[in-house]
Design a binder for this molecule. Structure first.
Ligand SMILES: [Zn+2]
Ligand SMILES: [Zn+2]
Length: 361
């Protein structure tokens, strides 16, 4: 169900979910039911190198949960994983990352870099699948936080029993490295930052026992991406699909770990002399510009402008007078764990375009 703040509708859901069509362990229908029961308003599926669920006509509503299907592309070395939504089909596997990013751009698809920064080397059977080609500057978004990746990153031989027993305890948040790269891109154009679950429901062996460390249900009760829409989600599938993808393209999004509290009441907006804009929006001038943060309960808040921390405080709200042009965003942490991170609001900058809009010019 949407939450309404002023004239805007807020939805939350899970992005990057695998099914038995690739290396997930349940069918789309089963996963959608679990997501609907966990309160997801939408699920964006992304199996490896296949759109079979979309081709089978499985997009649509499952109870109150909207299901959309894209896919996860990888190169021949199994690096540079890229979530592609809204593409005409699956691109050839021989393409380089630069080629499939360009192909997605040409087709007006929505392309998001998956788990960009994996660095693990603990288990030979799980090598890192990092993004290697940072010369590519043509993506619509970056996964700032990937639940499965973070868990694998933190796994060591010494902590594996604890990690498997209590998997969500190990979660901290996006790394500074990824935040910095993302802020850098946002100095020149819009690029959405999301929280992804990368759900598979994998069984993991520990001695004689097999555990499902992150059943789908646990994923859906952890990382969410929240989208802000100017109108209610349509009952028409084609319109609803466009509403969801446009919100991502336009950076009307924030991520949260709902394990640390419901983030539905979170608000980040800017006011100028006569207008008020939401996350993803922009104010044309500095004239009277203020940023406002509202949280349902106090947390450690960090306001970031042009990649620099400009304010840190523990509170349930901030009102900040802006005196420099820039791209601003906010993070909320609890006990050293990331609870919420927003996308940027631009103030006094000449650009406010997405990559799609720039290419179309
Ligand atoms: Zn991947
Ligand atoms: Zn994946």
């Amino acid at each position: 169900m949407p939450r309404q703040h002023d004239d805007w509708y807020y939805y939350s859901g899970a992005i990057h979910v695998h099914t038995t069509e690739s290396d997930g362990t349940r069918s789309l229908e089963e996963v959608a039911k679990i997501g609907a029961d966990a309160g997801c308003d939408f699920i964006l599926f992304a199996d490896h190198m296949t759109l079979s669920n979309r081709q089978a006509g499985k997009e649509g509503w499952y109870h109150k949960c909207l299901v959309l299907v894209g896919y996860e592309h990888n190169d021949v070395a199994d690096k540079n994983h890229f979530l592609i939504f809204d593409s005409p089909g699956v691109y050839p596997n021989e393409m380089t990352a630069a080629e499939y990013v360009a192909a997605a751009r040409r087709d007006g698809a929505l392309g998001i870099i998956a788990h960009p920064d994996e660095q693990r080397d603990v288990m030979a059977q799980y090598p890192p699948y990092e993004w290697t080609d940072w010369s590519i500057d043509d993506v619509d978004g970056i996964e700032l936080w990937n639940q499965m990746s973070e868990w694998m990153e933190r796994l060591t031989k010494a902590n594996r029993v604890l990690m498997i027993w209590s998997p969500r305890k190990s979660m901290i948040g996006p790394t500074d490295r990824v935040f910095r790269k993302w802020d850098e891109v946002n100095k020149t154009r819009k690029c959405v930052g999301i929280a992804s679950v990368d759900a598979h429901g994998f069984p993991v062996g520990l001695g004689p026992f097999t555990f499902r460390i992150f059943p789908y249900k646990v994923h859906f009760r952890t990382l969410r991406t929240h989208l802000i829409l100017p109108e209610k989600l349509s009952d028409d599938l084609d319109i609803a699909r466009k509403q969801i993808y446009d919100a991502l393209r336009d950076c009307r999004a924030f991520g949260s770990n709902i394990r640390w509290g419901d983030a539905d009441a979170f608000e980040f907006y800017a006011t100028g002399k006569a207008e008020r804009v939401m996350i993803g929006g922009s104010l044309p001038t500095l004239d009277g510009a203020q940023l406002h943060v509202r949280l349902p309960e106090p947390a450690d808040l960090k306001l970031v402008g042009n990649g620099e921390t400009i304010l840190e405080t523990t509170s349930d709200h901030v009102d900040y007078h802006v005196d420099h042009p820039g791209a601003y965003r906010v993070e909320a942490w609890k006990n050293g764990r990331c609870w919420i991170f927003s996308n940027h609001i631009r103030i006094g900058l000449e650009y406010d375009r997405t990559r799609t809009e720039e290419t179309a010019r």
